[in-house]
Structure formats: structure tokens, C-alpha cells
Design a protein. Sequence first.
Length: 281
Amino acid sequence: MSGLEKSILQDPRNQENFKPLENALASQSVFQLGLLLVLPMVMEVGLEKGFRTALGEFVIMQLQLASVFFTFQLGTKTHYYGRTILHGGAKYRPTGRGFVVYHAKFAENYRMYSRSHFVKGLELLILLVVYLAYGSSYRSSNLYLFVTFSIWFLVASWLFAPFIFNPSCFEWQKTVDDWTDWRKWMGNRGGIGMSVDQSWEAWWISEQEHLRKASIRALLLEIILSLRFLIYQYGIVYHLNIARRSKSILVYALSWLVMLLVLVVLKVRLQISFGLATSYA
């Protein structure tokens, strides 16, 4: 996004080194698919029951989407491990051990996995799309799929695993009920006596609770980590060529002005809607 990759690719001195580097990265990406992670399991089962049985169990595990579940579980551990390092507050959450077939509503899945999976998955998806649109390396190469497959698989697992493993998720009546519950949850305002299950605003306030008790060091680290979004915007704005390839800082300031205007319009519309609702009430 900074243009460094394009300048390196256009340098005649580097033309002979591109293909060997791409082949090396493609070979590395094959190991990132998880082959080395499942190799100990295959060897253990193979020594106990035979390699044909081990291969069959491995295929059955893939058909049961075990890799999707493992990737999603890894995202959960990563999110809460990082939050515990920054803010502390580790605690044990007891879970039931019984076998229960329960359909979780969309609002419930959103409350549980929004910050830990959905937001991060969408961020990676945007980066993949931006790289596909503006990246120079691997654009015309067949190795692009090998290099980015693991990241695409990670994004798909984080975004869709809660719905794939949710019982009756493809039943039409369940979908209608989930949509009705989602709209009701998004429409309720927070306040005294409103729980996170009843209002989106109450849930949002509860999600920011750890920031109110965080130390200055933790807040500074959160701010530094959030600055990556400014880098994304900076690169996207200058690649859009909205000002006839101008590299002036005013182009970046103009993009911020547009975003602020959109936020102001949304805030004014929200206040007007709330005022009308109060008047009629």
C-alpha cells in the first residue's frame, strides 16, 4: 500500500530473484496449511492401527470440518490471551458438560464472537481484497492461491464457523426468527435495567468495561494497535487516485473530512429519531 513493493518489482536488478523467492514462499505456505500439525496425529494412529486407518481417520476429520473448528478455537484463545496480557482479569468460565442440541440465535452468536472473530475476520478480508486489487507480486502467478490460501481459510473459519456448527442454522423459520430477534436487539436503547441480551447499546457498554479499568500503559498499547486503521486508510486513499494522482496531504485530510461529515449526519439523524420517539411517547 505504501508503493514499496511496486518500486522493488520495477527495479531491473531484482528481476532475476523474483521467481526463486516466489517458489520459496509458495513452498512455505504449503506447510502453513497445517500438514505439519496433523503429521504427529497421523503417525501416532498409524503406529497403533496402521497407516491406512490413520489416513481414513484423517479424511473423516476433514469431512467433519475439524480444521474449521480448530481454527475458530485458535481465534478464541488468541483474542482472550491478548486481552489478558494487556488488561489482566483472567477468570474461569464454567461450562456445561452435557450433550445439548441448542440453536443459538444470530444476536447471541454476534455478542459472543463479534470482538474475538468477526471484527478480526472482516479486517483480514479487507486486507486480502486490497492486496488483490493493488498488490503487484503474484498477481499473474499461479502461486497466489498457495500463498494466500491459509489466510482465506482463516477468514472463512472465523466468519462462518459459528453458523456452520449451529443446529438448524439453514432452517428458514429459524432464520426468520433470528432476523426478528436481531432487529429487536439492535433497536432497543440501553439504560437502567437493560441487559446485554436486550439491547445492543448495553452490550456495547459492557464490551468497553475493561478499558475503564485499564492502566495507562494498556491504553497506550490499545491506541498504538488501533493506529493500523489509519495506515490502511492512508494507503487506500492514495491508491484510489481521486485527486489526479496528487500526493498532497490535503487529499488525506479531505478523506477524513468526508468521514466526519458522514458521522455527523448519522448522529443528527439518530438524535432526530430519538426526539420524535420521545415526543410520541
